[in-house]
Design a protein around this ligand. Structure first.
Ligand code: M6R
Length: 607
């Protein structure tokens, strides 16, 4: 959480830093700030609120410094306020630091520094960092060494940028369990917590490894390990285009990303799946013998990524006959799960930086599991930990609410299940049909968008409601959970998802006149059961909306949203789309900031 940008070069830093922060606001948006070095002094400008507020700060547009650091915050320690905003300076205004992550032992460090004469002005954990650096600098007289010593005292996670008026032509960067990249162009270097922040300036990036330190001057860049031995790092060229991380005429990123789903799915399929050929995964080495030896598959993730796992569970079990369990990473990591070397553990994370998912992966490795990570971000932390990584290739997802990453994750997991089935020589008729149906998906997703106008109208009818229920059975229940999450997350309407058959065991007591219940029906076998459950809530006054790929005309539902029919196993990819659009249009009716919902950030890098 929080976004970091840094610049060192020949141009004025202020505009580059603010531009970068604007692209990173999805990481946090409660306060923002920049610090530049000008005439060997540190000039720091910061304020509460959105990044665009920075433009209003006196003198910010006139800064001429060509070295600077910047931050947009998602508060953890200390409420959002000007004083708690980054950059933070040490007590003597000599060092400025921006920090992502959490310093767990900041209280002890603070007390110790206070006893040494340091004064503190904020409620943040981050403020200990510039003060520690200041303390060690007295001895080391070298910025890199002082930062390194300070980091040795820190417990927790961090990605930091440091500037100092003692060494005004330098930026020092360090990271542990929090991402950081460095973009390179002629005579210029761009530092960022996420690639899209500086994609307009370069496509060539160094991805920093955990524990790495970097010293940047205008004409040099040196990488060090945690003991300050110089190490090599290689440049990766990023294929994302700049337009991939801009709105391209759409009002919001979320809408753009919803409409990018056909393309994202095509990219996810890529060359992995072709009709009449075996599914290909060049990036993993998993053979028949190993697959025959495993007793279970675990899919572990958070939020929407976890729901992608729940969809795929059906396919893994159906095609492989291997017990597949899906679990929330924040529970899994503290639960001492029953896993061992006969467990294949798959970790799904769009950002690849979700703290709980990474910790869960480390636990699975410790317990002897083979691990696969699924991520959308090249070189993200999770990909460095897992035995194998496969990428969704959905393109940058900027809106906090995940849409195209979700459907791409489902597709990728489906492909993986098919691949394993073929390795196991279980390539049944079912596998062949699923392959064909996946190849038809992008076109069917395009056809699904035809419901957009109907959904806009529906949003007008329900945006003032306090509660909305989503119900479904089997695989449709999974989609109800994702749909409820989307609605809650961006429209702030309380939404609950229930297995349709469970309603009678309690929640039906909440059904009263005028309440909206959205039913999803795509499973033919369960159709009649789901229809009965919907009739039961209609009888109790609910306004029922049905999202389905079946012909339900004989049941006389007042509102049916029809999506194209497809294979049951991948039907959630189509049934979720009207519900993504519904969440979007309800939030628009409520005039909310769709891309940056309150209290949230795109990457949850704290537990
Ligand atoms: O980056 P990740 O896929 O690991 O993120 C996991 C969740 O935080 C994320 O899916 C979250 O639930 C979305 N904001 C939901 O739209």
């Amino acid at each position: 959480m929080c976004g970091i940008v840094g610049y060192i070069g020949k141009n004025k830093a202020n505009q580059i830093l603010i531009n970068g922060l604007l692209k990173l606001e999805y990481r946090g948006y409660d306060s923002a700030g920049i610090a530049v070095i000008e005439d060997k002094n540190i000039i720091c400008k910061k304020d509460i609120g959105r990044v665009s507020n920075l433009y209003k700060l006196e003198g910010i547009n006139d800064l001429t410094g060509t070295i600077g650091i910047a931050h947009t915050r998602w508060a953890t320690h200390g409420k959002p306020s000007k004083i708690n905003a980054h950059p933070h300076l040490d007590a003597f205004n000599t060092f400025a630091v921006v920090h992502n992550g959490i310093i767990e032992n900041y209280n002890e460090l603070k007390e110790d520094l206070i006893s040494k004469g340091y004064k503190f002005y904020t409620q943040t954990d981050s403020e200990v960092i510039p003060n520690l650096i200041s303390y060690y600098y007295k001895e080391e007289k070298d910025l890199l060494k002082a930062v390194n010593r300070a980091c040795k005292d820190l417990k927790g996670s961090y990605a930091i940028e440091v500037i100092s008026k003692e060494e005004p032509d330098k930026i020092v960067v360090a990271r542990k369990d929090s991402p950081m990249v460095i973009g390179i162009a002629d005579d210029e270097k761009f530092i960022a917590s996420d690639i899209p922040a500086v994609l307009e300036y370069t496509k060539d990036f160094y991805l920093l490894a955990d524990g790495q330190f970097v010293e940047l001057t205008r004409d040099s860049i040196k990488f060090y390990d945690e003991n300050l031995n110089e190490v090599e790092n290689k440049i990766e060229t990023i294929e994302w285009s700049e337009t991939a991380s801009s709105k391209c005429g759409y009002e919001d990123y979320m809408l753009k990303e919803i409409y990018e789903q056909p393309k994202a799915i095509r990219e996810t399929i890529g060359s992995r799946l072709n009709e009449n050929e075996k599914c290909q995964f060049d990036d993993i080495e998993i053979d028949k013998e190993y697959l025959k030896s495993i007793t279970q598959i675990r899919i572990v993730a958070c939020g929407t990524a976890m729901y992608a796992g729940l969809v795929a569970k059906n396919t893994f079990e159906k095609l492989l006959s291997i017990n597949t369990e899906v679990e929330v990473a924040s529970e899994f990591r503290y639960r001492d799960p029953l896993i061992d070397q006969r467990t294949l553990a798959i970790f799904v994370s769009q950002s690849g930086e979700t703290a709980d998912t990474i910790a869960a992966l480390k636990l699975a490795k410790k317990k002897g599991c083979k691990t696969i990570s699924i991520s959308n971000v090249l070189g993200s932390s999770i990909t460095r930990e897992a035995d194998y990584t496969i990428y969704t290739h959905a393109g940058p997802e900027i809106a906090v609410a995940s849409t195209k990453a979700y459907t791409s994750q489902v597709v990728l997991l489906e492909l993986l299940a098919i691949y394993f089935a073929e390795v196991l020589e279980k390539d049944s008729e079912e596998v062949k049909t699923l392959k064909r149906d996946i190849l038809e998906l992008p076109k069917k997703v395009e056809d699904t968008f035809k419901v957009a106008d109907e959904i806009k109208e529906l949003a007008k009818q329900i945006y003032e409601q306090k509660d909305v229920f989503f119900i479904g059975r089997g695989i449709d229940y999974t989609t109800t959970r994702e749909a409820a999450l989307k609605l809650k997350e961006i429209s702030y309407i309380h939404a609950d998802a229930y297995q349709a058959g469970e309603l009678k065991h309690g929640p039906i007591a909440l059904i009263e006149n005028g309440i909206t219940v959205i039913g999803i029906i795509s499973d033919k076998k369960l159709l009649k059961k789901s229809v009965s459950n919907l009739q039961e809530v209609i009888t109790r006054g609910a306004n029922v909306v049905v999202v389905t790929d079946k012909n339900l005309s004989k049941y006389n539902f007042k509102k049916v949203i029809k999506v194209p029919e497809t294979n049951r196993l991948i039907s959630p990819i189509l049934t979720v789309i009207p519900l993504q659009l519904l969440a979007y249009y309800v939030a628009k009716e409520k005039k909310l900031d769709v891309d940056k919902p309150r209290n949230l950030a795109k990457s949850v890098t704290v537990e």
